[in-house]
Design a protein around this ligand. Structure first.
Ligand code: HEC
Ligand code: HEC
Length: 400
């Protein structure tokens, strides 16, 4: 293995080169047309432990929204601000388009109900909100989610907030977008344990849903379908964005939005190489890296049984490879890592330092970076609890 410090420097250097080459512009290029269906690029450690980056991509091209930070970056002389705007960007007030199509309000409204609809689970008790609670940062704040029959799943639940900006979904990126993703939990035996047929039978038995699916997917012969359920959930999730964080306000020119130690944390985040993996407007969610590029964490934090992307690609170099976690609202989404074994943000930062950069961050550095990460908490979405239509005699009954 290469000397840790040198590897850390190599990553930092790669980052600086990326910035100098203007690769941070990926954000803008991707949102300009919003049509190309591209999944997260694979970044693998080249020989010698150095991380090879294929560009510094920004926003997933499935979601389209202008980034006001572009304007701020363009005219501003402040180097830290300009670099941050180019590397990360801001969260827009709203997402206007998905895969090049305007977001449909009828689909958003339907998805809003389905997100809170327990009858799409076999027990008729579990909803998306059970594990991605809107009131608690879009996550569940337990190490590994608990689903059907009180079973504990293998991984921590990532937030659904801003997930629309991720280049692919799940810790291992196995779903290309939110619509593909949404079919997973409904069927997973440890989550909602249902089947597409049971979901469709349930929704078709409730006249108000039949009417709403018809409105959301006009002109279709069978609007109530499993695929359309997933599309509606995706549309609703696209509204779960958290603009106006203190970091965003600072990037847009409000000097008072971040104090000195938070700005120092941002500088450290960029200079020590965190941003070579956590970039784009979600500060992650774009590319895959081994967890433990330099030093593999202990089995308590990185359980041996979960090989990450290897289970998706069956390629040896993908063992223990995971998506660089998106860091927006990270102060609200403890515990950390796919194993959910670390509760303290400072500790998570320090683990990243040794595992990914071969760098022992001292307490001051770790707390400055953590203070900076807390400026990424945005305005949380206000979501009204929907009143759901009653079942009918045709509605399947809950089962175990
Ligand atoms: C029992 C808990 C549970 C339920 C119920 C659940 N999820 Fe999840 N969700 C998880 C876990 C755990 C993961 C991470 C799994 C993985 O990466 O392998 C996840 C991942 C996700 C992601 C990916 C986010 C990202 O950044 O990668 C999205 C989006 C999501 N869920 C949406 C939903 C929707 C929509 C529903 C309802 C149809 C739902 N979830 C129901 C636990 C749950
Ligand atoms: C080589 C790429 C890489 C570098 C460099 C890197 N990270 Fe990470 N980071 C990741 C990956 C991959 C994960 C997901 C790990 C897992 O599977 O749990 C992650 C997870 C995290 C998490 C946990 C987020 C959550 O929701 O659970 C935090 C916090 C974090 N990183 C912060 C940092 C900081 C701060 C730095 C710099 C000191 C840094 N990272 C450097 C790739 C990287």
């Amino acid at each position: 293995m290469q000397h840790p410090t040198r590897t850390g420097l190599a990553i930092a250097a790669t980052l600086l080169v990326a910035v100098a080459c203007g690769q941070g512009d990926g954000d803008r290029a991707a949102t300009a047309d919003g049509t190309t269906a591209e999944t997260a690029t694979q970044a693998t450690p080249a020989a010698g432990g150095r991380v090879a980056l294929e560009g510094v991509p920004g926003t997933a091209p499935t979601a389209n929204a202008p980034d006001p930070a572009d304007a701020a970056a363009a005219g501003d002389g402040d180097r830290l601000r300009t670099t941050a705007a180019a590397l990360f960007g801001t969260i827009p007030e709203r997402v206007e388009e998905l895969r090049g199509q305007p977001l449909s309000q009828a689909q958003v409204d339907l998805g809003h109900m389905l997100f809170f609809e327990p009858r799409i689970s076999r027990s008729q008790l579990i909803t998306c909100n059970t594990c991605h609670s809107i009131g608690t940062g879009g996550a569940d704040n337990v190490p590994a989610s608990i689903g059907h029959g009180w079973q504990r799943g293998p991984r921590n639940s990532p937030t659904v907030f801003n997930a629309v900006f991720n280049a692919a979904q799940f810790w291992d990126g196995r779903a290309a977008d939110l619509a593909e993703q949404a079919k997973g939990p409904v069927q997973a035996s440890v989550e909602m344990n249902s089947t597409p047929e049971l979901v469709v039978d349930t929704l078709r038995s409730i006249p108000s849903y039949v009417e709403r699916f018809g409105r959301a997917f006009p002109g279709q012969a069978e609007p109530v379908s499993f695929d359309n359920m997933a599309l509606a959930l995706e549309a609703f999730e696209a509204t779960l964005v958290t603009p106006d964080s203190r970091f965003d306000r600072w990037v847009l020119g409000d000097d008072s939005a971040m104090d000195e130690s938070e700005r120092r944390g941002l500088e450290l985040f960029m200079a020590s190489g965190c941003a070579s993996c956590h970039n784009g407007r979600n500060f992650g969610g774009q590319t895959y890296f081994p967890f433990g590029v330099i030093e593999r964490p202990g089995a308590d934090i990185l359980p041996e049984g979960d090989k990450g992307r290897f289970e998706v690609t069956a390629t040896a170099s993908d063992e223990y490879v995971f998506r660089a976690a998106p860091l927006r609202n990270v102060e609200l989404t403890a515990p950390y890592f796919h194993s959910g074994q670390v509760w303290d943000l400072e500790q998570a930062v320090a683990i990243m330092g040794t595992a990914q950069l071969g760098r022992e961050l001292d307490d001051d550095e770790a707390s400055a970076i953590a203070a900076f990460l807390r400026t990424l908490t945005g305005r949380q979405p206000k979501v009204e609890y929907p009143i759901l239509p009653p079942s009918t005699p045709q509605t399947p009954r809950p089962s175990q």
